[in-house]
Design a protein around this ligand. Sequence first.
Ligand code: ADE
Length: 227
Amino acid sequence: MMRIDIISAVPDSLTSPLNTSILKRAQDRKKVEIVVHNLRDYAYDKHKQIDDKPFGGGPGMLLKPEPFFECIEKLLSERKYDHVIFPTPGGKIFDQKTANNFSLVENILIIAGHYKGVDDRVRQRFATDEISIGHFVLTGGEIVALAIIDSVVRLIPGVLNDSESALNDSLMDGEFIEAPYYTRPAEYKGMAVPEVLLSGHEKKIKEWKEVQSKVLTEKWKKINSME
Ligand code: ADE
């Protein structure tokens, strides 16, 4: 079974997303074990302090190195990690290919610090993968950790049911966007579902989906300046 560890100063922010819907089911089915570590449990001074003022000045507080080192060194003494992921806007942009690669390994550790917020020696000593989820700034690594975990866990065999299969996902084999989906009612507020989808004509439906997919893929490339 795959194991994912996350270290966070705000572990409560992870609880609900990790225990809902498909991520919950994946854990119930023993396809993945997800273990959240509260950084504060590794602060051994009497005030359990996990942050301090930055050297050289500047606004805000930094997460101290010692609790991270204590926690990470303990985890590393227990098992080998294939990837130690450090979320940062300066990292490599996360994509489906990286999600696929992560889904094939045994053990992943995600260090969810706060932006401008972790003593850099933590990254220097432990990070194997510096990952960004886009050209924007979040307050911390927790949402990044959740995005990575969600995209990786759904790729583990047996997590999705056949009907939810990841095989024909958008972006799955390289670079394409799927055709849109519709369900009942066939007409709603004057908006009709494309006729062909109601026709029962399998070949025509397949062709329609291919055309839609092409159109949406072109649009996607254009609005993202990809060619
Ligand atoms: N930390 C803050 N913003 C981030 C982003 N966009 N990606 C990864 N880590 C971050």
